[in-house]
Design a protein around this ligand. Structure first.
Ligand SMILES: [Zn+2]
Length: 234
């Protein structure tokens, strides 16, 4: 944590990110969850955890994720609903990689209503396809601590080795170039209509995700503060 991102801020509802894989939603969603003291809920992490544990759900989603396809709505919703039932989600939360389809968004609205939450804050991360391909297909992950590097933009000091713990770096199956292209296509087909859905509800904000990490953090912080301030006045 650096600079003003260490200042605690309020978030009393769901914070949702839209934008293609590689737009920086993962990093920014973790940072803002820390700042707000709420759980960071990544469906990708939940599924990878299920796969590494070899659970029933994990065995079903593993081949789907390795092909670069989106996991079917019923499986995603099952996992999310279970997660939101845990006590640490009672005060608000940050989603990462969810919702990805219109049916997921509509079902989430019903769940949020049942839990007594108001409208979510939805932030659309806007970035060009060329930038995304470079970011994503250059991504390598540490096999020990899970640190993420980019061979173009944020390489480790020694090729293939993690700076933090000396772990070997590997490329996750869903970061390979051909899988990345399929993920982007799947994103365009299925997720883009979400922006329109949330825009019509008047809860959508857009930020320039091609800006530097600190600038994106600052812009995101302003959006959350403004949204929570408006909530207080209503
Ligand atoms: Zn490491």
């Amino acid at each position: 944590m650096t600079g003003n991102s260490a200042v605690r801020m309020a978030l009393n509802r769901a914070l949702i990110f839209l934008g293609p894989p590689g737009a920086g939603k993962g990093t920014q969603s973790k940072r803002i969850a820390l700042r707000c003291g709420v759980p960071h809920l990544s469906t990708g992490d939940m599924f990878r955890d299920a796969i590494s544990r070899g659970s029933e759900l994990g065995r079903v989603v593993q081949p789907i994720m390795e092909r670069g396809d989106l996991v079917p709505d019923d499986l995603v919703m099952k996992m999310v609903e279970e997660r939101l039932a845990r006590p640490d989600s009672a005060g608000g939360f940050v989603f990462d990689g969810f919702p990805r389809t219109l049916p997921q968004a509509m079902q989430l609205d019903r769940i949020l209503g049942k839990m007594g939450f108001g409208k979510p804050i939805v932030v659309d991360f806007s970035v060009s396809v060329d930038k995304l391909l470079r970011r994503l297909s250059g991504r390598w992950t540490c096999s020990v601590g899970g640190e993420i590097y980019n061979v173009y933009d944020a390489p480790p000091q020694k090729a293939g080795i993690c700076d933090a713990d000396g772990g070997k770096l590997f490329q996750r199956p869903d970061d390979r170039a051909e899988v990345v292209k399929e993920r982007l296509a799947a994103y365009e087909r299925q997720t883009r209509p979400l922006a329109e859905y949330y825009r019509r509800q008047g809860v959508l904000d857009t930020l320039d995700a091609a800006a530097g990490m600190e600038d994106v953090s600052r812009a995101l912080g302003e959006i959350v503060k403004r949204a929570e301030g408006q909530n207080g006045r209503l």
